[in-house]
Design a binder for this molecule. Structure first.
Ligand SMILES: *[C@@H]1O[C@H](CO)[C@@H](O)[C@H](O)[C@H]1NC(C)=O
Ligand SMILES: *[C@@H]1O[C@H](CO)[C@@H](O)[C@H](O)[C@H]1NC(C)=O
Ligand SMILES: *[C@@H]1O[C@H](CO)[C@@H](O)[C@H](O)[C@H]1NC(C)=O
Ligand SMILES: *[C@@H]1O[C@H](CO)[C@@H](O)[C@H](O)[C@H]1NC(C)=O
Ligand SMILES: *[C@@H]1O[C@H](CO)[C@@H](O)[C@H](O)[C@H]1NC(C)=O
Ligand SMILES: *[C@@H]1O[C@H](CO)[C@@H](O)[C@H](O)[C@H]1NC(C)=O
Ligand SMILES: *[C@@H]1O[C@H](CO)[C@@H](O)[C@H](O)[C@H]1NC(C)=O
Ligand SMILES: *[C@@H]1O[C@H](CO)[C@@H](O)[C@H](O)[C@H]1NC(C)=O
Ligand SMILES: *[C@@H]1O[C@H](CO)[C@@H](O)[C@H](O)[C@H]1NC(C)=O
Ligand SMILES: *[C@@H]1O[C@H](CO)[C@@H](O)[C@H](O)[C@H]1NC(C)=O
Length: 824
């Protein structure tokens, strides 16, 4: 049965079969599967959280892929903890101060319970069907009979432990312990924990290391109990416990392995569940207790769960997709689950920042902007602009106090920069799309210009390296001479490409701020990508077969001679095992090949297409990238390449390509992500792709493809205006995925892209679909998205003719000369 819904109360919608369904039934949470990505290296946090919440409660397994805490890969549970990140690579993040719960200790002797993670984990096995995960709620029943349910407010988790019937009888006392470890055993000197003999309150704190950054952070917690009466309490160190001592200060380690230690409380019975409320803070133990008392005064598990669900419902409700036309239910789940994950991270640590005093918002867990600039933060720009304004204010405030915008940030620490200064792209994207609420854009502008102009001494964690060479040579040389600052001396190709795009974004903001001098300066350096294009570079497959493609980006020495990195190095089919991450032995591209980076010129697809021999050759190269498995869709640089056919006048091929990847590589199952979710980056790729508009991030441009649904509505949370994308001839088998014609607000519309006014003004885009690629819709040069260079093209343009030309460039869409592309 086809049911349609609408978010507006009292609005009745007629389904495809003529049935009438009350609209207020619509609950987007029924379509959120939070367990997507909980195995197969998705590394998502699948537990209970509020949108952007700091408290994130889940059961932690001992999996080697437990970066997000819980996994569904058969690994047992080693604890239940309150602080987490989501989707990250690097070391497992957070997971501090985990609980473990036993129905009782053997013979009721506390010294016979297993305390260290390594030994207690053998009591943590469970069956997958005993896991229940929903937005704001997580429950798991272990085979030892302990059920742990959890829910959260912003800084506090509430656990409900239900123990086997009979626990407590005959003096077998339920045992709850909480220890001073974290997921990656990074605790430093000195951890402290205390337990109050009267109330059972356990509180403490310890210093830990961030998972992908420098420095350290100190976290605090405060746990109170409700339910059964307390029998006794104490502390434990290593594998021994005592009720005599109530306070412990513990050193880091014995023989390199962090010394297990913590506190415990025993209860007299378990006829009622044991409620444990844990407040967390990055300021102090007192603050952790105050957070808990203020946010969950009454230990009411059901009302806290309902509040968390309501918060998620409010966040997801502005976007509705039609369930009509026979669309498969699991595609709706795929979509909303992706949307959900865009708001798990970053985390709102406002009021919890010990590093500086400020009234500005403070957000953390940008993990990393290299990942999230591409579609996650642009997605929040359309769905949650109020949060984006706070996120931008926080980034700018970080610049004020630390001198630089962050590129990656977790647990109050500076994370490692992967390429360019990609906060520039994030700020400019938000600026061009009208995000203004309380933001001092003049300081924002200063911050991005500083990235381009001033090299930090430590450019491993912010800003850019190699700026002298960048300015004198126009590229980052391999084996650069750089004595002004320090960072990993690799990735010269991808850094050149990213710096060029960062400069382009700065140029766009300069233009919007009427700063013509800066506009031209940064437009000029945005062309630096041309300096690392080596027209004679060929590419041979590992099998020895020549790909036939010629001309790739290549590393260049200071003396301007070419180095030689194989174009397939760091690609999905690279079998050499060479490090492509941040190792000092790494390569000249970060986590991807020059095949892939060969398309990373988001500012100037016109010239890139010419260099590659015109639109047909460009399309053939893009097809080869995808069809030969060279691209890794599980990593963010691939995202835009799915849609770049638009720039060659082939929007139909972008649509086909997005169906090639979704749901094959992104599906609503625990193993359904092709790579780390990276704080929601993969989620946003799914969400944007399925709603039919994909951003070229940093520009006011969305590339149009048909939504995977009959229609999509997005109501702007502050203007209240609803933007609609509607398919005519919707085909749930997705054979009719080619746009034949379109109207925008009722007028014929032939451009294959649109801008953000679509969302701000609540326009309606109607797409008429067919089963074959249209040769007319969105294919003419006048219909292509903007590019700094001209879309010239085919015959008569030698492959490197325009390479060194720095013509007066304008970011305008009216400079194109050709009328139409011939389709091959
Ligand atoms: C997790 O714990 C189980 C049970 O003790 C053990 O067999 C397994 O090797 C552990 N896994 C890891 C990655 O340590
Ligand atoms: C626990 O035992 C009591 C009394 O025998 C019984 O009423 C109750 O239903 C049992 N609870 C469960 C969950 O089995
Ligand atoms: C408690 O002890 C009594 C007497 O020793 C025994 O009959 C009863 O089965 C025990 N109950 C449980 C739940 O072990
Ligand atoms: C840890 O605590 C011990 C005992 O109070 C003290 O001697 C030592 O200096 C402390 N270490 C640090 C790093 O604070
Ligand atoms: C979108 O909004 C329009 C106008 O309010 C409404 O008629 C339609 O049912 C909505 N569609 C969805 C999928 O919510
Ligand atoms: C972040 O937290 C602050 C302080 O609790 C709150 O005022 C603000 O609304 C939160 N922001 C978002 C986007 O939830
Ligand atoms: C830039 O100039 C235009 C046209 O004079 C004006 O409308 C706009 O407000 C100016 N923008 C800024 C940021 O000064
Ligand atoms: C340029 O520098 C590289 C690396 O030091 C060196 O191998 C090459 O021979 C130099 N080329 C010229 C022409 O000096
Ligand atoms: C593409 O690569 C993936 C692993 O990255 C592999 O599972 C798949 O079989 C490959 N497909 C082809 C067509 O080579
Ligand atoms: C380009 O030139 C080739 C050979 O000169 C010719 O066969 C082809 O038709 C031309 N293509 C276009 C699009 O003009």
């Amino acid at each position: 049965m086809a049911i349609r819904w609408a978010p507006v109360l009292a609005c009745l919608a007629v389904g495809a079969l003529g049935d009438v369904t009350p609209a207020e039934d619509f609950d987007p949470l029924q379509f959120v599967d939070v367990l997507i990505g909980s195995t197969n290296a998705g590394n998502v946090f699948p537990g209970a959280s509020q949108p952007y919440g700091m408290a994130k409660a889940v059961a932690d397994t001992n999996s080697s892929s437990n970066q997000g805490g819980f996994t569904l890969d058969g690994s047992p549970v080693q604890g239940y903890s309150v602080l987490h990140d989501s989707g990250t690579g690097g070391q497992p993040s957070l997971g501090n101060f985990p609980f473990f719960v036993y129905p009782s200790c053997p013979g009721d002797d506390i010294n016979l319970c297993d305390f260290p993670k390594k030994t207690r984990v053998k009591h943590g096995f469970f069956k997958p069907e005993n896991v229940k995960a929903q937005p704001g709620y997580f429950s798991i029943a272990l085979d030892i009979g302990v059920q742990a349910e959890m829910t959260t407010t912003q800084h506090t988790a509430l656990f409900r432990f239900t123990l086997p019937n009979g626990t407590g009888a005959n003096g077998t006392y339920p045992f709850v312990m909480q220890d001073l470890s974290d997921l990656s055993d990074s605790r430093q000197d000195n951890g402290t924990v205390s337990v109050d003999a009267q109330t059972g309150r356990i509180s403490g704190g310890a210093k830990f290391l961030p998972s992908f950054g420098s420095g350290s952070y100190t976290a605090y917690f405060c746990t109170d109990f409700s339910g059964p009466a307390i029998q006794d309490s104490g502390i434990y160190v290593n594998s021994r416990a005592t009720t005599e001592a109530k306070d412990l200060t513990i050193s880091r380690s014995i023989n390199g392995y962090p010394l297990p230690g913590g506190a415990f409380v025993r209860f007299q019975d378990a006829t009622n569940p044991i409620l444990a409320r844990t407040g967390v803070s990055l300021i102090s133990t007192e603050r952790a207790c105050a957070n808990a008392e203020a946010e969950i005064p009454d230990f009411n598990f059901d009302s806290v769960t309902k509040a968390a669900k309501d918060a998620w419902k409010a966040k997801l409700s502005p976007i509705t997709v039609s369930s009509g036309g026979g669309v498969a239910q699991d595609l709706i789940t795929n979509f909303y689950s992706g949307v959900y994950r865009t708001m798990v991270n970053p985390q709102n640590y406002t009021g919890e920042n010990p590093l500086w005093k400020s009234d500005e918002p403070y957000f953390d867990s940008f993990y990393c902007l290299w990942d999230s600039f591409r579609s996650q933060i642009p997605f929040l720009v359309i769905l949650d602009p109020v949060a984006v304004a706070q996120i931008i204010r926080s980034l700018i405030d970080t610049y004020r106090y630390e001198g630089w915008l962050p590129d990656c940030k977790m647990s109050l620490c500076r994370g490692y920069t992967q390429g360019g200064s990609n906060a520039d792209n994030v700020l400019v994207d938000a600026y061009l799309k009208g995000i203004s609420d309380g933001i001092d854009w003049n300081v924002g502008y200063q911050a991005i210009v500083k990235d381009a102009e001033v090299e930090p001494y430590d450019w491993a964690t912010h800003g850019r390296g190699g700026l002298d060479s960048w300015k004198s040579l126009g590229y980052i040389p391999v084996q650069d001479l750089d004595y002004k600052g320090f960072g990993t001396m690799t990735r010269s190709i991808s850094r050149t490409l990213e710096y060029a795009y960062n400069d382009f974004c700065i140029s766009l903001m300069s233009q919007a701020m009427n700063n013509t001098a800066d506009q031209e300066k940064y437009l000029d350096s945005s062309e630096n990508w041309k300096n690392v294009f080596y027209p004679d570079q060929t590419s041979i497959l590992p099998t020895g077969v020549d790909t036939g493609f010629k001309g790739f980006f290549q590393a260049k020495y200071l003396n301007q001679t070419w180095a030689s990195q194989d174009p397939l190095t760091c690609s999905n089919i690279d079998t050499t095992g060479i490090a492509c991450s941040l190792q000092n032995t790494g390569r000249e591209t970060f986590e991807d090949s020059t095949w892939e980076y060969g398309f990373f010129v988001p500012q100037n697809q016109g010239d890139l297409i010419s260099i590659y021999g015109g639109p047909s050759e460009f399309v053939r190269r893009l097809d080869y990238l995808h069809d030969q498995n060279i691209t890794n869709i599980g990593n963010e640089p691939s995202f835009l390449t799915v849609f770049q056919y638009h720039y060659a006048g082939r929007p139909g091929k972008s649509a086909a390509r997005s169906h090639f990847y979704i749901p094959r590589y992104f599906n609503p199952t625990p193993g359904g992500l092709p790579g780390n979710d990276d704080s929601g980056a993969m989620g946003s790729f799914v969400a944007f792709s399925m709603m039919g508009l994909f951003p070229n991030p940093g520009q006011n441009v969305y590339l149009i493809t048909p939504p995977f649904f009959e229609s999509v509505n997005l109501t702007h949370p502050t203007t209240g205006k609803t933007a609609t994308i509607r398919n005519v001839n919707f085909d749930p088998s997705y054979e009719a995925i080619y746009i034949q014609s379109a109207t925008l607000n009722g007028e014929p519309y032939t451009k294959n892209w649109l801008d953000h006014s679509f969302f701000l003004e609540g326009k309606e885009l109607v797409l008429t679909l067919g089963t074959t690629e249209s040769t007319t819709w969105g294919t003419a040069v006048k219909d292509l998205p903007p590019s700094t260079g001209k879309y010239v093209g085919f015959n008569g343009t030698s492959s490197n003719q325009r390479l060194r030309g720095r013509s007066a460039l304008k970011y305008r869409s009216d400079i194109w000369k050709m009328d139409a592309f011939a389709h091959s």
